[in-house]
Design a protein around this ligand. Sequence first.
Ligand SMILES: Cc1ncc(C[n+]2csc(CCOP(=O)(O)OP(=O)(O)O)c2C)c(N)n1
Ligand SMILES: *[C@@H]1O[C@H](CO)[C@@H](O)[C@H](O)[C@H]1NC(C)=O
Ligand SMILES: *[C@@H]1O[C@H](CO)[C@@H](O)[C@H](O)[C@H]1NC(C)=O
Ligand SMILES: *[C@@H]1O[C@H](CO)[C@@H](O)[C@H](O)[C@H]1NC(C)=O
Ligand SMILES: *[C@@H]1O[C@H](CO)[C@@H](O)[C@H](O)[C@H]1NC(C)=O
Ligand SMILES: [Mg+2]
Length: 565
Amino acid sequence: MDGASVLAQSLKQQGVEYMFGIVGIPVIEVGMAAQAVGIKYIGCRNEQAACYAAQAIGYLTSKPAVCLVVSGPGLLHTLGGLANATVNGWPVICIGGSSDTDQETRGAFQEWPQVESARLYCKHVSRAPTIAAIPSHVEKAVRTSLYGRPGAVYIDIPGNLVLSTCPKKEIQLVSTVPLYSPPSIPPEAVLQQAIARLREAKKPLVIIGKGSVWSERGPAQLRAFITATGLPFLPTPGGKGVVPDTHPLCIAPARSFALREADVILLVGARLNWILHFGQPPRFKPDVKILQIDVCAEEFHQNVQTTVPLLGDIGETVEALRGQLKGWHYEKNSAWLQALQQNAKKNRETVENFANNSSLPLNYYAAYKPIREFLEKNDVLVVNEGANTMDIGRTMMPNVEPRRRLDAGTFGTMGVGLGYAMAAAFYCRDYARHTKVLAVLGDSAFGFSAMELETITRYKLPVVVVIINNSGIYRGLTKEEWDCFEGDPALNIPVSSLSPECHYEKMCEAFGGQGFVCRTQPEIKTALTKAFEKTDGPTVINVLIATDSERKQQEHGWLTRKSNI
Ligand SMILES: Cc1ncc(C[n+]2csc(CCOP(=O)(O)OP(=O)(O)O)c2C)c(N)n1
Ligand SMILES: *[C@@H]1O[C@H](CO)[C@@H](O)[C@H](O)[C@H]1NC(C)=O
Ligand SMILES: *[C@@H]1O[C@H](CO)[C@@H](O)[C@H](O)[C@H]1NC(C)=O
Ligand SMILES: *[C@@H]1O[C@H](CO)[C@@H](O)[C@H](O)[C@H]1NC(C)=O
Ligand SMILES: *[C@@H]1O[C@H](CO)[C@@H](O)[C@H](O)[C@H]1NC(C)=O
Ligand SMILES: [Mg+2]
């Protein structure tokens, strides 16, 4: 058997279903061999987008997909994506062809120390030394990408291995990796400590993080836990939908208040990193008690001493807690719940005032209102990327199911949008026929991978892209302001500005998709309806909003810290 076929068959054996990539020497045959064994191959336009697509479908399907790339620059273009997957705890397997081993150090075509380059961004890297060893490298890669905290892995395949052959009987047989890490729960004494803290809490709060979906029954067990205990909860951006945003105990609009006032926090599959302000004052009480559930022991005591560390599978551990709580329910009409609801109501009203203001050009919230109405009536997988576009999108686009939102994540990466949208569309086609894909992207964010619209057209994917166009990064300039510039553009155009008259929707038309420009709420509503009637390719809806629209006033400035641009 040749190396390409052994590689493809090993991937197939381990359950790999999708491969995103760009071929060239020496991996063309790997892509062909993958298709021959029934692995779906999607040819992208830039390795960065391919790597984002592969990790997004890994997240959506709970099993790793492959990103296939050529040597040197091909691999180097994936590094942002690999780092992102590792930071986000999403599985992905990058397979890079490399130059022939007998040409190493001689200035071979695209020669580069690929294994060393990938190491910093991956949980695990390896290079198959022989064709016979390929199956065990694939098995280890699949296992490591998924078990414990998921992340990126890299397999290096020298070009000379791809095409040479090896007798079939010499190829090492390996077992198939079960797709979920073996579950565990903390000892009973530790569960009891956590329960004692929960029972004595005056102002308890549950924070649901994105780790929750990596537990086989995590979302169902968490929903049961919230319902049984009546505890108020807050999702992190990646935890949205694990328990529905529309649940009466979801107090997301009162986020700042809840974090600042809570005395006992049950932190579930979430990290106390920048997204949760490191768990520190002034955003948290100085003496807040943290009961933390995580599969990764290194995560405890990060930034704040964990009061009770609960090492174990998320779902199984909340289930064990629920069992030991023996029907205990948090006080139904407590002052704490009332204060949370009141604060949430006040913040919701502020948002609704913005959303109801249809004066033109629209503000962000008003542009989102018809989108929200569309989401309420349809099952939609949302991709959301940008700065203001994304932050406001978290508030304006509720999630009622887990894994229905893909955004720039822990790493805050721009450029993920179209790769994610492509993956989402394949996921919906193959696993969730009635779910639609909507990507709401800032105009800057869109630009990072805009060429992938061609890929989306080629594979006939019904992706709807809404571009929230403010002509800039955070904010832009009006045409009139723009026309005032004289002299050297590189010395005068504001650093955050993009061209004021980019007809992005025409790009989509150029590739064979459809495009709309919208200025008003009724126009957005009509465009969304028409867009989702199209089932065989992309639509771009270019929504013009005010160049100076902003987020609503934040209680704490430093998370969104920026100077006046
Ligand atoms: C890879 C990468 N490069 C640069 C940035 C810095 N950055 C943060 S948000 C953003 C774009 C925001 O503009 P846009 O997408 O138009 O959204 P808006 O805030 O204007 O709605 C950029 C470039 C980043 N986060 N990631
Ligand atoms: C916003 O408009 C809706 C009708 O579209 C109305 O029900 C709601 O009360 C308004 N909210 C505010 C805060 O003005
Ligand atoms: C609506 O927004 C415009 C533009 O920002 C503003 O001038 C106007 O006062 C707002 N109207 C209301 C009712 O808030
Ligand atoms: C990385 O992956 C995360 C998953 O949370 C995703 O949401 C985010 O957009 C990605 N960012 C980068 C750095 O690619
Ligand atoms: C993008 O929005 C700006 C104003 O925010 C507008 O000047 C420009 O014409 C818009 N671009 C397109 C293609 O409509
Ligand atoms: Mg913008």
